[in-house]
Structures are given as C-alpha cells and as structure tokens.
Design a protein around this ligand. Structure first.
Ligand code: NAD
Length: 288
C-alpha cells in the first residue's frame, strides 16, 4: 500500500496559545437544511476531520492564525534524529505547553459527531488531528482512526515502548531536557507522524476501508492539501458515497462535493445534526 511522505502533522501541539480566527463564518440557512437532509438520508456516515474542527476549542490549525505555518515549521524526522538541539527544543515546547493542550475541551462540532455516532448513523471518524478531542467528546475510541497518531502517547523510537504522555510530562517537569527511554536509552517522541515521515499503514488501511463503506463522507475543517489523507474524499466518492464539506475556506476538492458549506464547524454541525436527528424524523412522520 502506498504511503506517501510529506504529510505535515506537527510534532506536537504543545506550543499553541489559544489564538483563534477573529470573525465567525456563519453558514447560510439553506446550506444547513441541505446538510441536515444529507445527514438524515445517510445510514453510513464517515467523518473526515482536520485541524479546523479544533480551532473553536482553542487549538490553532496549521495555516490559520497562530498555526505552525506562521510560528515555525515542525522538525523533519531526519532533523529530529540527527540533532540534539532540535530534540531539546521539541521537549522544551512540550514541557511548557503540553498540559495546556491536554486541558482543551471538545467543542460543539466534536459533540455533534458523537450524537451522530450514538444515533447509529456514523460508522467512524477519520482524523488528521493529534489532539484526542474526538475521544474526549465521547466518541467510541474504536471508531476513531488517527491518521497522524496522537500527542497523548510517547514512544521510544528504538524499542517501541510506549508511555502515556502525562508520565513523560511529569518526568520533564522534574528534570527539563531530553527524556530518554527508561528501557533501552533510545530517543523518545510523541506518537505522531513527523514531517517527511511515511504514514503508518494500519490507520491508513482502516481509513480507506471506512471511506469505501461510507454512504456519506462528511469533511470538517480540513484544507485537504495534506497527502495521502486528502485522497480519502475521492475514494469515498468513487465508491458511491455522497460528499459534504464544512469549512471556513474553499478546498481543492470542493468541485467533487455534493455540498460545500462555508461555515464554522461548531454551529454548523450542531444545527444540522439537530435538524437531521430531531426535526427530519418528525417531518417524515408527518408525511407518512
Ligand atoms: P489545515 O490547517 O491545513 O486546514 C484547516 C482548515 O480548516 C482550513 O481550510 C480552515 O479554513 C478550516 N477551518 C479552521 N477553523 C475552522 C472552523 N472553526 N470551522 C470550519 N473550518 C475551519 O489543517 P489540516 O487540513 O488538518 O492539515 C494540517 C495538518 O496539521 C494535519 O496533518 C493535522 O494533523 C495537523 N494539525 C493538527 C492539529 C490538531 O490536532 N488539532 C492542529 C494543527 C495541525
């Protein structure tokens, strides 16, 4: 299976500082109705989420205000392995920022997806995010595919031992610097995919299977420029799914979509989900 290099997940989100987009983007009523209709008609929704779903929780996306695009690119794997200075900088960012990131709360968009899951319509969520907010919102962890890994686990690059990030955080707070693997002395880092690193095959395989099973793929808050994840909407579409997008800005895949909603994820998903789960069944009952 092809696993392109060149995805752009940041090494950690630890340096975020709650910078948000200044002005809200409010979805048009007509688009909310159309989105609700697509959600109501679907039985096998697969959500595909990017950094944009978490900006309303206070985590900057990649290219927006306060994002890593403007605050300095994350290291490549080669740089991380070769340079102690890079690793020291990485761990210092985590030491000072991890707890703040770990304390962020899911927003209305994450919660709406959980409502869809509990209604039995959502097969799963494929996410490019490493913040763990889908699970924190109550999503079944077995139904969340984290394409770029998670910031909440730390892994040894030599022996593969893993730790909850909080344990390493406590070590870092006691002794700043570069923590090393207690088992083999190897280099540690968060279990995320670094710049220039191939995407792990297993999550990608699960994501492709979900995309092929979907009757509606719902893209939320992704610029869809990061490969190979950005191909998933096309895979779903080719397999017969409808495609709906909820984004603040246009994406290169918009022409492929059945519906593009320009709007902030929280309000858009909360409203459309409520319409789909509460109002659509009542309207159907009235006509039956
Ligand atoms: P991106 O930054 O390239 O694009 C985000 C998209 O979301 C943009 O189109 C933007 O207009 C839109 N957006 C921002 N706020 C929104 C909102 N409130 N409602 C709706 N849309 C909104 O993000 P990407 O496509 O996910 O790719 C960036 C890469 O960086 C990914 O690999 C991701 O793993 C990583 N990343 C993750 C996080 C996180 O875990 N929260 C944060 C930053 C970056």
């Amino acid at each position: 299976m092809a696993t392109d290099t060149g995805n752009e997940a940041p090494a950690s989100l630890a340096s975020h500082k709650h910078r948000q987009y200044a002005a809200p983007v409010v979805a048009a009523e007509a688009d909310l109705d159309l989105l609700a209709g697509l959600l109501a008609d679907a039985a096998r929704i697969v959500a595909f989420t990017g950094a944009g779903i978490s900006t309303e929780s206070g985590i900057p996306d990649y290219r927006g205000p306060g994002g890593v695009w403007s605050t300095g690119k994350p290291p490549t794997l080669g740089d991380f392995l070769a340079n102690e200075a890079t690793r020291l900088e990485y761990w210092e960012r985590r030491r000072t920022g991890y707890r703040e990131m770990a304390a962020t709360e899911p927003n209305a968009a994450h919660l709406a997806l959980v409502d869809l899951e509990r209604s039995g319509r959502l097969l799963g969520t494929i996410t490019q995010n490493i913040d763990g907010l889908h699970q924190k919102a109550g999503a079944d962890p077995n139904r969340v595919v984290e394409l770029h890994g998670t910031s909440h686990v730390v892994r040894c690059l030599s022996c593969g031992t893993v730790w909850p990030a909080l344990e390493i955080q406590e070590r870092l707070e006691r002794t700043p610097g570069e923590p090393r693997c207690e088992v083999c002395g190897g280099v540690l880092r968060a279990a995320t995919v670094l710049f220039g690193e191939p995407m792990p095959v297993e999550p990608l395989r699960r994501a492709i299977a979900l995309a092929q099973e979907a009757d509606l793929m719902l893209v939320v808050g992704s610029s869809l420029v990061v490969q190979p994840a950005a191909r998933l909407p096309a895979i779903a579409k080719q397999a017969g799914a409808r495609l709906a997008m909820v984004n603040r800005e246009p994406t290169p895949l918009d022409p492929l979509a059945d519906l593009v909603v320009a709007g902030d994820a929280g309000r858009t998903l909360a409203t459309a989900t409520e319409l789909a789960l509460v109002w659509e069944p009542m309207r159907a009952y009235g006509t039956g």
